[in-house]
Design a protein around this ligand. Structure first.
Ligand code: 6R9
Length: 699
């Protein structure tokens, strides 16, 4: 077929670049070979962008990609400074674009981009676009939980509102470098609050509004914010959740347990969810957003900051109990999110873009707020749930706003797939041209359904691999350039050098499987873990000296395509949410009747992974349905509903080595009922626990 011919031509092209001395030969993993005749395996399953799509794309072919990529690696300073020059800098950076020590053997890890450059990301998102004539362009299309509720903000209106809030924050004493916690659902006020902080140089820390009071308390104690911004309540589907009550508890507990006093809590009244009068109130501390912000001017001078001044903190799960405060700075993050957004989604000024992620996660930071707005894009912000009022809601929204780029997570794709094609096909979806996926590997069957049913076999899918730590896309298709393979994140973004290493940290070439690391920094990289640079180095730079270690497994096929295989540490990925097994375990053992707990991830049809908890109860406590419920409730209370275990498995004992280390490998096999694959259990201190566990598997 003509597609096979085009695929062959493409691969032949890559091959000739590889062999040619001035070609891609020095890029070891672009080891594409000429495609054979058989298309039998997943690896050989190519999906090409249509010629129409490719010919209008920002990057139209592998040659174009390779040329840009090669430049980004060979001349990173030239490559990134040209891009950075498209933004407004009050003062240009010093002589070095990048200054890094990426190798722990040479001393402390340090990453700096555009150091000495003076800028402001809010200015670049808003003022710069307004000055360029985009003032009347819609910045945000807001869609409420109820289909009848919506609103829009143009770029100039958004700028006005951001300035009013920024002026208020300044007035109550928030200064450059101060932390501000934002605990808001997907209202327009969430990006407004982020941008207002950025405008005055304050460091925002958005806490996903699905986190519990305890989780919020922990974050307040860690970053000691000057103010907490929230709203009284939010509707999720038919249910109202009283966010302000959660904040009240957290502020109280932060004072009690951490000695942190929060003098100001700014509360947005969300009238569709809860009336003002019904909101519990603490006079003197609590202030209504709507009462104060209109009193302030709609212009606010920008706080000019160094490219390396902190922009935000975002807490994420690691393999030990305490969440990590991932710190991003201003200049490199700005340049990187804007550029990745533009290329990975083939962004054009006429696009209407919708990312379903919440701003409480990194995806909402980089690809709801900053990346799109730096490009002057029109962004859909959706408050509600994709299944409300029914499973057709996403496509209703796509048709309503004529969404052209739709970016979501595999878990949502799988759950909509399960609900049936009819919810999709009753909508036109004609406006769509690019689809995106993030959060976990997308399995080829979900990829196919997304591509064929949602995108009518017309829209390339950008399967973007990246992390809270990386700030922006790392491995991603450029939709017009590459033939895709369903389930593969394809090739690195400009400036990114992924390597796959073995246990000893030795780079493996060609077709292989191992640990995914990155060689050299990229502008969007995080700079530290807040208040714990040592943990930063230990977690990310010590496991494989000389590299950044992602925590993910990855294989590379014969054509050089990357296939992410999931976390290799004790982190579980539930519906794209990172959850540390240790966090869930410590929540479980806080229950007085739980003596010990061990948590593993198991395959889950919709969520990708489910949480499976082995629980040893305190001597003499009987197993009961009530205890099971209480344990699950404890996790919901301490972390949030999204971290609730799917299964509690009673464990009279846990399989431990003689040195007391829990053998999770065995627990994973028991959890997934692969009982004939338990492997060697002879090193266990007490091998009989394995049989006890198997007996209790379905009780
Ligand atoms: C952006 C985000 C990061 C972890 C990451 C990996 C998984 C994300 C993926 C993917 C395969 C993709 N992950 N995108 N795995 N393919 N396209 O999700 O950040 O919440 O920090 O999670 O998510 O395991 O290490 P974060």
């Amino acid at each position: 077929s003509s597609n096979n011919l085009r695929t062959n031509n493409f691969l032949r092209h890559v091959e000739s670049m590889r062999l040619h001395p001035s070609g891609a030969g020095h890029i070891p993993y672009l080891n594409a070979i000429i495609l054979g005749e058989s298309l039998a395996t997943e690896e050989d399953d190519f999906v090409l962008p249509s010629e129409d799509f490719a010919s209008q794309a920002n990057v139209q072919s592998p040659e174009q990609y390779l040329k840009l990529y090669k430049r980004s690696i060979e001349d990173p300073d030239g490559f990134w400074s040209e891009i950075a020059s498209q933004f407004y800098w009050k003062q240009r950076w010093g002589d070095k674009v990048c200054d890094e020590n990426f190798d722990i053997r040479n001393g402390n890890i340090k990453i700096e981009w555009f150091k000495g450059g003076i800028t402001n990301i809010c200015y670049n998102c808003l003022d710069r676009n307004v000055e360029a004539g985009l003032g009347d362009k819609v910045a945000i299309y807001w869609e409420g939980n109820e289909p009848s509720l919506d609103a829009t903000l143009t770029y100039s209106q958004l700028l006005d509102q951001v300035c009013q809030l920024a002026n208020y924050l300044k007035d109550i004493g928030v200064k450059k470098g101060d932390a501000v916690i934002i605990y808001l659902p997907m209202l327009m006020e969430l990006p407004i609050a982020m941008l207002a902080c950025a405008r005055i140089g304050a460091v925002h820390s958005v806490v996903f509004a699905g986190f519990s009071a305890e989780a919020l308390t922990q974050r307040i104690i860690d970053c000691k914010p000057k103010v907490v911004i929230t709203c009284n309540a939010v509707k999720r589907g038919p249910k109202a959740i009283h966010l302000k009550d959660i904040v009240d508890t957290a502020i109280h507990d932060s004072a009690q347990n951490g000695g942190i006093s929060i003098d100001k809590c700014l509360v947005y009244e969300n009238p569709s969810a809860m009336k003002k009068e019904d909101t519990k109130w603490k006079e003197g501390r609590d202030i209504w957003w709507q009462d104060v912000t209109p009193q302030y001017p709609t212009t606010c001078p920008v706080e000019w900051v160094d490219a390396e001044d902190p922009l935000f903190l975002l807490y994420t799960s690691g393999s030990t109990g305490k969440p990590k405060g991932v710190l991003h700075t201003t200049g490199g993050y700005m340049v990187y999110t804007a550029t990745t957004f533009k290329y990975a989604f083939d962004y054009k000024p006429s696009d209407i873009y919708w990312c379903t992620a919440d701003c409480g996660w990194i995806t909402g930071h980089s690809y709801v707020t900053y990346g799109p707005m730096l490009n002057g894009a029109s962004v859909v912000v959706f408050e509600g749930a994709p299944s409300y009022p029914d499973s057709g809601r996403c496509w209703d929204i796509v048709d309503k706003y004529k969404v052209t780029i739709f970016y979501t997570a595999p878990t949502l794709v799988r759950s909509l797939m399960r609900d049936g094609d009819a919810f999709v096909t009753r909508y036109s979806r004609k406006s769509l041209r690019v689809l995106g996926s993030v959060g976990e590997p997308i399995n080829p069957s979900a990829w196919r359904w997304f591509y064929n049913v949602v995108g009518d076999s017309r829209c390339p899918i950008s399967d973007t691999w990246w992390q809270t730590e990386t700030g922006g896309f790392m491995i991603t298709p450029l939709p017009g350039a590459w033939p895709q393979k369903p389930g593969s994140a394809t090739f690195p973004f400009f400036g990114v050098q992924p390597v796959i290493v073995d246990e000893k940290g030795i780079e493996i070439e060609g077709e292989c499987n191992g640990y995914l690391c990155i060689k050299k920094s990229w502008p969007g990289a995080f700079r530290t873990l807040y208040g714990d640079h040592e943990r930063y180095e230990t977690t990310y730079f010590k496991p494989f000296a000389g590299y950044y270690f992602s925590g993910d497994g990855c294989s590379r096929d014969k054509d050089g395509y990357h296939w992410l295989t999931g976390r290799v540490d004790d982190v579980i990925n539930v519906s794209g949410h990172r959850i540390g097994t240790a966090e869930v375990e410590s929540a479980l053992v806080s229950h007085p009747q739980c003596a010990e707990a061990a948590v593993v991830g198991v395959e889950h049809e919709v969520k990708g992974q489910g949480i499976y908890a082995f629980v040893t109860v305190v001597d003499g406590v009987p197993y009961s349905e009530q205890l099971r419920k209480d344990l699950i409730l404890t996790v919901r209370k301490l972390i949030g509903a999204f971290a609730a275990p799917d299964k509690i498995h009673w464990a009279p004992g846990l399989p431990k080595t003689r040195s007391g280390k829990i053998m999770r490998r065995i627990l994973r096999k028991i959890a997934s009922r692969q009982l004939d694959e338990l492997g060697d259990t002879s090193t266990l201190a007490d091998p009989s626990v394995v049989n006890q566990l198997i007996e209790l598997a379905d009780s």
